[in-house]
Design a binder for this molecule. Structure first.
Ligand SMILES: [Zn+2]
Ligand SMILES: [Zn+2]
Length: 115
């Protein structure tokens, strides 16, 4: 099991998103992988289509500072009714693009599996 980087939900498999983490850029110049679950990937996709600017210190996925950030509404699982609460996360544009790449890659894999 692995925990989603955005909502913290544990899943057997996560969707890998390649981000440019400025903190480890020297060690990983081409980017590092973050694991998020399918629900969060979908939330990022929707947030990318309808961009709402949000004030934040850094991107919640890659950690970049001083970049324009956009709101992503994430459903965080909790142990009481209604079993989730909505939390606003701040993501940068390059992470949105990374999410879109992951979605495209997953769709390509799905079509290939059909043939
Ligand atoms: Zn998640
Ligand atoms: Zn980011």
């Amino acid at each position: 099991m692995a925990d989603c980087e955005l909502c913290g939900a544990a899943r057997p498999t996560l969707c890998p998103v390649k981000v440019n983490d400025p903190g480890v850029k020297a060690a990983y110049p081409t980017g590092t992988w973050r694991g998020i679950n399918e629900e969060c990937l979908q939330s990022c996709h929707e947030a990318n289509q309808n961009r709402v600017p949000i004030k934040g210190k850094k991107c919640d996925l890659c950690g970049i500072k001083n970049a324009p950030l956009f709101q992503v509404k994430i459903q965080v699982p909790i142990f009481q009714e209604p079993f989730h609460r909505e939390v606003s996360k701040a993501l940068c544009e390059s992470c949105f693009e990374a999410c879109e790449d992951t979605i495209k890659r997953r769709e390509a894999e799905k079509t290939e599996a059909h043939h």
